[in-house]
Design a protein around this ligand. Structure first.
Ligand code: ZN
Length: 271
């Protein structure tokens, strides 16, 4: 599943190139998770503005409103001057004077939705309830500590939920908890303020590392899933069940929390 770093790297791969282009045509494939919400013809001849990101959503500004895009479970966006004719999994093309932005999504949980503004209509509804951006200065130990008060769920679940901070998807949550030496099963409301400080730092650093990795492979970036794979190869605890912990030499364990695999080291991650 494309996570925040993949979405951000995707954004960086085309935001500057599509900016200032004119929409020449819009082509829709099979239905996606939500309908486009406007007549595709109404987008033609509009100028493209900035492409910004909120959580795992991208907002592509047009002269009148914009498009909110999500990659769902299996989507990827590619911008090219030589897209060729769409294949069976290509369900949205924004053909512009600078090239074609194409959504490829075999499972079709992704979406492209028109909205009059990111804070109005459908976009506002979809973006409501998202936690802070991990690189927002307001996301720190104090924020995390206050947000975890009264939450009895395991800390890994609280991170994955995305209502406190966005971006800590499964791999990144496991890695951040490892870096902060916190057992993923720890009850959220039992985390002390100093441990929240460490965890907030770890979330930011883990995501920064993933972004750097994506940035370094940006030139031949084709597929958002390739990047998660790259990150996994460098992961310090994720996917390493039964192997020795890189920090203490203990044995990495795999458990299941909320139907997602969690990897951690019982030797150096404490409750
Ligand atoms: Zn360890």
């Amino acid at each position: 599943m494309p996570e925040l770093p993949e979405v951000e790297v995707t954004r960086q791969s085309f935001a500057m190139r599509i900016r200032g282009a004119r929409v020449d045509a819009v082509r829709l494939g099979k239905p996606l998770r939500w309908p486009l919400g406007c007549d595709p013809e109404s987008l033609v001849s509009q100028a493209v503005g900035d492409v910004t990101r909120r959580g795992k959503y991208l907002w592509l500004a047009l002269e009148r409103g914009g498009l909110l895009m999500h990659l769902g479970m299996s989507g990827s966006l590619a911008f090219s001057t030589a897209s060729g004719s769409p294949g069976p999994h290509d369900h949205f093309d924004l053909v512009t004077s600078h090239g074609t932005l194409r959504l490829t999504d075999p499972r079709r949980f992704g979406a492209v939705v028109w909205s009059s503004a990111p804070d109005a209509g459908v976009a506002a509804k979809l973006l409501a309830g998202l936690g802070l951006e991990p690189f927002d200065p307001a996301f720190d130990g104090a924020h995390l500590h206050a947000a975890l008060r009264g939450r009895r769920v395991a800390i890994k679940q609280a991170l994955l939920g995305g209502e406190i901070v966005v971006g800590a998807g499964n791999i990144y949550a496991c890695e951040a908890l490892f870096e902060a030496r916190i057992d993923p099963r720890t009850r959220s409301d039992r985390l002390s303020r100093p441990r929240c400080d460490r965890l907030a730092d770890a979330v930011r650093q883990t995501l920064a590392r993933a972004l750097e990795l994506g940035g370094s492979t940006l030139r031949d970036f084709r597929d958002a899933h390739g990047m998660a794979g790259e990150f996994q190869l460098q992961a310090r605890v994720y996917g390493r069940e039964g192997q020795s912990c890189v920090r203490c030499g203990g044995s990495v364990r795999r458990i299941v929390q909320g139907q997602r695999a969690t990897f951690f080291c019982p030797g150096c991650q404490r409750r």
